[in-house]
Design a protein around this ligand. Structure first.
Ligand code: ATP
Length: 354
């Protein structure tokens, strides 16, 4: 049995349903992100796990205990919010001690525990400061120490990095992940930032309009998006129209494309293939038996990479080539051959909305 189970959870506010048939299993010690655009229901789902909102239907089970109707204070969950939810009138020490006092821990235990937590987040020297005397990154580390102090069963992080500037965000991302691994605490992380989700998570649940579109490892989400929405939301991807051919193959522009798996549709049925710009090469090689020919529509110089937009039979195929000063990139209007490996071709499960 999984450590955290979310079974068929629905949440409606009046006539509007913002979380729909949400099913997810999270293993003990796993780090799972909810990734999706603003308004897709990430925070609402997180608040239901925390116990701040009650599901309209479905149930939530933590470590074998059905917590659907349990008060938030009794769930033993730690939470860190987007920005600065520290108590402004309490010192760093007292902020971290807060949950321990509420839980009725004996006084003699509280001091050492606060010390231990502040050391864990690298801030033992700031315990007498007040929140206004800390940087944004330090405040979030204190918020993390406060959330972890009562030894929660699950840690919920709601966009904890989004108010910080870029450099601190990256460093705190690494610190949070290292800490989470060290403690082995089951964690749900809400973000709309794909880079954050890809770099931190064991698995990512990509959400759109209250539903999980795909839940998989960052590697699978990036390389094998299963729906048009995921393909469009995570990274840059070319979508190529074709039809199913015999065996593990497709026909694009009259050319057979070898795939690494047999598509689950009938021969002759339309298909959408996916290709990442970095998987397409301009030179043939034995592991890249697939070739398509197209016309260069545009070449975007991006520094170390030149991104070509190549028109192939009605589809736009993006190609990233490394910039080499000795070899100018193909010019607009030039016809070029593109090569790629069967393993780099993905398939979308859904069809375009008509
Ligand atoms: P963001 O990244 O902007 O926080 P989100 O994906 O976390 O977005 P939610 O905050 O879960 O999205 O909101 C999902 C939808 O539910 C939104 O349309 C929001 O307006 C609506 N919503 C959230 N809470 C309530 C509420 N208490 N009453 C009515 N509607 C609500």
């Amino acid at each position: 049995m999984s450590f955290l189970s979310i079974d068929g959870v629905v949440k409606s506010f009046g006539p509007t349903t913002v979380v729909k048939d949400f099913d997810l299993r999270v293993e003990r010690g796993e780090f799972v992100s909810f990734l999706g655009p603003s308004g897709c229901g990430k925070t609402t789902m997180l608040r239901m796990i925390a116990g701040f909102e009650r599901p309209s239907a479905g149930r939530i089970v933590i470590d074998g205990e059905d917590v659907t109707d349990l008060a938030a204070s009794r769930r033993r969950i730690g939470m860190v919010f987007q920005a600065y939810a520290l108590f402004p009138n309490l010192s760093v020490h007292d902020n971290v001690a807060f949950g321990l006092k509420v839980a009725g821990r004996p006084k003699r235990e509280i001091g050492p525990r606060v010390e231990e937590m502040l050391t864990l987040v690298g801030l033992p020297h700031l315990s007498n400061r007040y929140p206004y005397q800390l940087s944004g990154g330090q405040q979030q580390r204190v918020a993390l120490a406060r959330a972890l102090a009562p030894s929660p069963r699950v840690l919920l992080l709601d966009e904890p990095l989004s108010a910080l500037d870029a450099k601190i965000r990256v460093s705190l991302r690494e610190q949070i992940r290292a800490l989470q691994r060290e403690l082995g605490i089951t964690t749900i992380f809400v973000t709309h930032d794909q880079e954050e989700a890809l770099s931190m998570s064991d698995r990512i649940a990509v959400m759109s309009e209250g539903r999980i579109q795909q839940c998989a490892t960052p590697f699978e989400i990036y390389n094998r998006p299963s729906t048009r929405f995921v393909a469009g939301f995570v990274g840059t991807l070319s979508l190529i129209d074709g039809v199913r051919a015999e065996g593990a193959g497709a026909i694009v522009d009259g050319t057979r494309i070898e795939l690494s798996e047999t598509p689950p549709v009938a021969e002759g049925a339309p298909l959408t293939l996916t290709l990442r710009p970095e998987a397409v090469k301009l030179e043939p090689s034995s592991d890249r038996p697939n070739r398509l020919t197209g016309e260069v529509r545009d070449a975007h110089f991006m520094g170390s990479v030149v991104r070509l937009d190549v028109h192939v039979a009605g589809s736009s195929v993006l190609v990233d080539t490394f910039n080499r000063s000795a070899v100018p990139p193909p010019a607009r209007g030039e016809r070029i051959d593109l090569y790629f490996a069967p393993a780099d071709v993905g398939l979308l499960a859904d069809r375009p909305q008509t």
